[in-house]
Ligand binder design. Structure first.
Ligand code: ADP
Ligand code: MG
Length: 287
């Protein structure tokens, strides 16, 4: 073996079997899939009479596929979504106000390339967070960096960063992410400084990156959260210049589900009671 290989060899390793060296070099080159698969694929290729270039090609393709999957997983972890939700589990018929065609078009992420925004408006429990997360995950799949936060948490992070004199670096980070999701604007009124800092985030991302905002409040009520009419106007001006608006109105999916569960439980209890009444053994009602 040549000199450089010796240098990267762990202490105590001598030029043993080629497999040992190969494993070491593949780890060093960060090719874990090639390492895991080379022997199995070699046997398959020998069996099928596949030549060397095609053998190598198969291995390299496996590594590429795995690497892409690992990168998507890394982006999803970095996005810090509160739960993994996708469009596969979203029932569009439950919220007729939502424009399914528009949502599926947005899931293709063209808006991120155009640095456009999305605002999802609707009352609580109607699936705004679900849709925002699903769009975030779709963006991760397509290779975009994503960050998920709530308006309240974002503002407290900004205030904390300002107190600790690292506001600029947090602002840079927030500016760099391709898709920023700000959930739940509207539940918590913001302090004047908090509102200013939030405005700065939107302003710095304007025409540079995409932002998704969800809110339970219609635009005319945003002043109650941001405090000032002037600031609200300026913020909406930037946010809505290039925007798709999703109206997510309807009955709360959460309430409907728990009402459904209550009905199911009541029906089960009713059945149980009927069965208990008919119990010939003890004549007692079993809880
Ligand atoms: P919001 O953010 O509008 O308050 P969420 O997105 O948090 O509502 O939805 C509340 C719960 O109901 C979540 O668990 C979500 O996954 C589920 N949910 C809401 N709408 C739908 C839907 N149309 N199909 C499937 N699940 C839904
Ligand atoms: Mg929500």
């Amino acid at each position: 073996m040549t000199g450089p290989a010796k240098e990267v060899m762990p202490a105590g390793t001598t030029a043993g079997t080629p497999q040992v060296l190969l494993a070491h070099h593949l780890k060093h080159l960060k090719l874990p899939t090639v390492l895991r698969e080379y022997d199995k694929v070699a046997r398959e290729c020998a069996r099928d009479g596949v030549d060397h270039p095609r053998y190598l090609l198969r291995l390299v393709e496996l590594e590429l596929i795995d690497r892409e999957r690992r990168m998507v997983e890394r982006r999803i972890r970095a996005a810090r979504v509160p739960a993994v939700k996708s469009f596969d589990t979203f029932d569009f018929t439950a919220i007729p106000s939502i424009n399914k065609m528009l949502v599926l078009e947005l899931a293709r992420c063209g808006y991120i390339l155009r640095q456009e925004n999305i605002i999802a408006l609707g009352n609580s429990g109607t699936g705004k967070t679900h849709v925002a997360i699903a769009l975030g995950l779709a963006a991760c799949q397509k290779g975009f960096s994503v960050a998920f936060t709530t308006a309240a948490s974002l503002v407290s992070q900004l205030l904390e960063a300002r107190d600790e004199k690292r506001l600029l670096s947090l602002q840079r980070e927030l500016q760099a992410v391709k898709l920023l999701i700000v959930d739940e604007l509207g539940y918590v009124p913001l302090s004047p400084t908090g509102a200013e800092l939030l405005f700065e985030v939107f302003s710095q991302r304007y025409e540079r990156g995409s932002t998704i905002v969800t809110s339970n409040l219609p635009f005319e009520d945003w002043t109650s959260v941001l405090g000032s009419e002037r600031l609200t106007g300026a913020l909406l001006d930037r946010l809505t210049h290039h925007v798709s608006i999703l109206a997510v109105n309807g009955n709360s999916y959460r309430l409907r589900q728990s009402a459904g569960r209550r009905r199911a439980t009541a029906a089960a209890e009713q059945n149980q009671a009927t069965a208990d009444e008919a119990d010939p053994e003890t004549g007692e009602i079993i809880a």
